[in-house]
Design a protein around this ligand. Structure first.
Ligand SMILES: Nc1ncnc2c1ncn2[C@@H]1O[C@H](COP(=O)(O)OP(=O)(O)OP(=O)(O)O)[C@@H](O)[C@H]1O
Ligand SMILES: [Mg+2]
Length: 430
C-alpha cells in the first residue's frame, strides 16, 4: 500500500507568513494537518530586506504549523513576490539534422527546455520555465511534439526570473529558520493553482493578487502562463495614504480601513459618521465615512491603472475573454469588483482559495489564495504528483471543511486577518 506523503508550503507575504503542512494518503486524499500564521517581519514589498527578522518570523510560522504533526517538516515550497521578478518570452530551436524528418524524442524536448532555461540575464536567476507551444516544421500550436516526424522543432517558452541577490536572501532566511527549500515559486503562480479554474486559464484570464505590499499580475491563455509582473503597491500603501489624509497613526488608519473601508465612495451613505479615538485614547472625534473612502478610491484606481499600463506594455490591448480574477487580502474590500469592472471593462470576480480538508473556514478568504496555492503547488509538483493530480478534481469536489486544531494565537490572527484591534477602538465600539 502506498505510504502517506507530507508536503509543506510557505507563503512569504509582506503582512503575514503562512505555513501549511499536509498529508496525501495512498488514495490521493489530501488533508491539511498543520497551520501556522505569523506576522511578517523583515519583508518589504514582498522582498526579504532583513534576514534575521524574516528568519524569526518564518521560524514562528513553521513551529506553529508543526506543533501538532509530530514530525519534522518536509522540504518546503516557498511562494515569493517582489518587483524584481520579470518574465520574458524565448524561442529556441533544435537544428535541422539535414537528413530528413525523424520522430521527435523526449530527449529532444528536454534539450529544448534546457536550452531555454540556459537563457539567463546577468544578475537574474531563472525560477520557472513554462512551455507555451512547439513549432514543428513551421506549424504552430503543437502542445507535445514527441513522436511527430519533423525536421525542425522550435520551443516558445515563458521564462520567469528573479534578482539573484533577492533570491539568495530569501533562501538564507528560510534555511536559517531550519527549513530545507524545495523550490521558490512566484506567488501569483501559486495563487493561480488555488483560485483559477482550468476553463479560465484555457480561455484566457488575468489574475490580480492584491496583498499588503504588492499587486501580483499573472496572465494565462490556452492553459499556460503568458505574462507575469509585480507592482510594488498594495494595502499598506492604502493605509499609509489614509494615515496622511486623516492625520492619524498608521495603526488607526489600518483599523479604519478594515472596519469601514470601501473603494467606491458612492456606495457609502453620505451622512454616515465614523468615530475615531484621539491619539492618546482620552476621547474620540467623529468624521464622515465617505472621507475615509476617497483616499482609498484614489489609490486603488491608480493601482488598477498601473496594471492596465503594464499589460499594454506587454502587448495586451484587450483583456482575455475570462476577464479578471481578484485575490489577496486587499481584494476583500467592499466595492472592489465594481471598481475593477470599470477599470478593465471586462468580467471580474473574487477568487477564493479551494476548500481542503483540515482547512478552517476563516482561511476561505482571498487573503489565503497564495497560502493554499503554494501547498497545492507542492503536491502537484512533487513525489506523488501524478497519482494525486489524476484524482485531484474528484477528490477536491468531495472535500468538506473541518477544523484543525489551531493554537489560540493562530486562531486570533485568522479572525482578524492578521490585525489586532487596538484597545482604543475597542473602548469606543465595545
Ligand atoms: N476586509 C479588508 N478590507 C480592506 N483591506 C483588507 C481587508 N482584509 C485584509 N486587508 C488588507 O489586505 C492586506 C493583506 O493581504 P494579504 O494577506 O494578501 O497580503 P500578504 O500576502 O501578506 O502581502 P503581499 O502578497 O503583498 O506580499 C493588508 O494590507 C490588509 O490591510
Ligand atoms: Mg500575498
Amino acid at each position: 500500500m502506498a505510504r502517506d506523503t507530507f508536503y509543506t508550503g510557505i507563503d512569504l507575504g509582506t503582512s503575514k507568513i503562512s505555513t501549511l503542512v499536509a498529508k496525501v494518503g495512498g488514495e490521493g486524499d489530501l488533508q491539511v494537518l498543520g497551520i501556522g500564521i505569523s506576522q511578517a517581519e523583515g519583508i518589504e514589498k514582498g522582498m526579504v530586506t532583513d534576514v534575521p527578522a524574516a528568519t524569526e518570523a518564518i521560524r514562528a510560522s513553521v513551529d506553529e504549523a508543526c506543533r501538532y504533526i509530530g514530525r519534522s517538516p518536509s522540504p518546503a515550497h516557498i511562494a515569493i513576490s517582489g518587483a524584481h521578478i520579470t518574465c520574458r518570452n524565448v524561442q529556441v530551436s533544435m537544428p535541422a539534422s539535414g537528413q530528413g524528418a525523424k520522430p521527435v524524442t523526449r530527449e529532444d524536448v528536454r534539450g529544448l527546455v534546457r536550452a531555454a532555461y540556459a537563457e539567463t540575464d546577468p544578475d537574474m536567476e531563472n525560477l520557472h520555465i513554462i512551455t507555451r507551444e512547439f513549432i514543428v516544421d513551421g506549424l504552430r500550436g503543437v502542445r507535445n511534439p514527441v513522436g511527430l516526424d519533423a525536421e525542425e522543432v522550435c520551443l516558445e517558452a515563458t521564462v520567469v526570473a528573479g534578482n539573484s541577490i533577492a533570491i539568495q536572501n530569501t533562501h538564507k532566511a528560510v534555511e536559517k529558520a531550519g527549513m530545507v527549500v524545495d523550490s521558490l515559486v512566484i506567488s501569483a503562480l501559486a495563487s493561480a493553482d488555488s483560485v483559477l479554474t482550468e476553463d479560465e486559464k484555457e480561455l484566457g484570464v488575468v489574475l490580480l493578487d492584491i496583498g499588503a505590499g504588492t499587486t501580483d499580475v499573472a496572465v494565462f491563455k490556452t492553459g499556460k502562463l503568458i505574462h507575469i509582473c509585480t507592482i510594488p503597491v498594495g494595502g499598506h500603501q492604502v493605509s499609509k495614504d489614509l494615515s496622511i489624509a486623516l492625520g492619524v497613526p498608521y495603526e488607526y488608519a489600518e483599523e479604519l480601513k478594515l472596519r469601514w473601508g470601501c473603494v467606491l465612495p458612492e456606495m457609502v451613505d453620505a451622512s454616515e459618521e465614523v468615530l475615531l479615538p484621539t491619539m492618546h485614547g482620552t476621547g474620540h472625534k467623529s468624521f464622515k465615512r465617505v472621507d475615509l473612502c476617497s483616499p482609498i478610491y484614489e489609490r486603488i484606481v491608480e493601482t488598477l491603472h498601473l496594471v492596465v499600463m503594464r499589460l499594454r506594455q506587454a502587448g495586451m490591448e484587450r483583456l482575455p475573454a475570462a476577464g479578471v480574477v481578484l485575490t489577496g487580502g486587499t481584494a476583500t474590500m467592499a466595492g472592489m469588483v465594481d471598481l475593477a469592472k470599470r477599470a478593465f471593462h471586462c468580467p471580474v470576480r473574487i477568487g477564493m482559495p479551494r476548500e481542503l480538508e483540515g482547512l478552517p473556514e476563516e482561511m476561505h478568504s482571498p487573503a489565503f489564495g497564495a497560502s493554499v496555492g503554494i501547498l497545492l503547488w507542492s503536491v502537484r509538483h512533487h513525489g506523488e504528483v501524478r497519482s494525486y493530480a489524476a484524482r485531484r478534481s474528484e477528490a477536491l469536489a468531495g472535500y468538506k471543511t473541518v477544523f484543525t486544531r489551531l493554537s489560540s494565537s493562530t486562531n486570533a490572527r485568522l479572525k482578524t486577518a492578521g490585525h489586532k484591534f487596538s484597545a482604543e477602538f475597542k473602548k469606543i465600539y465595545a
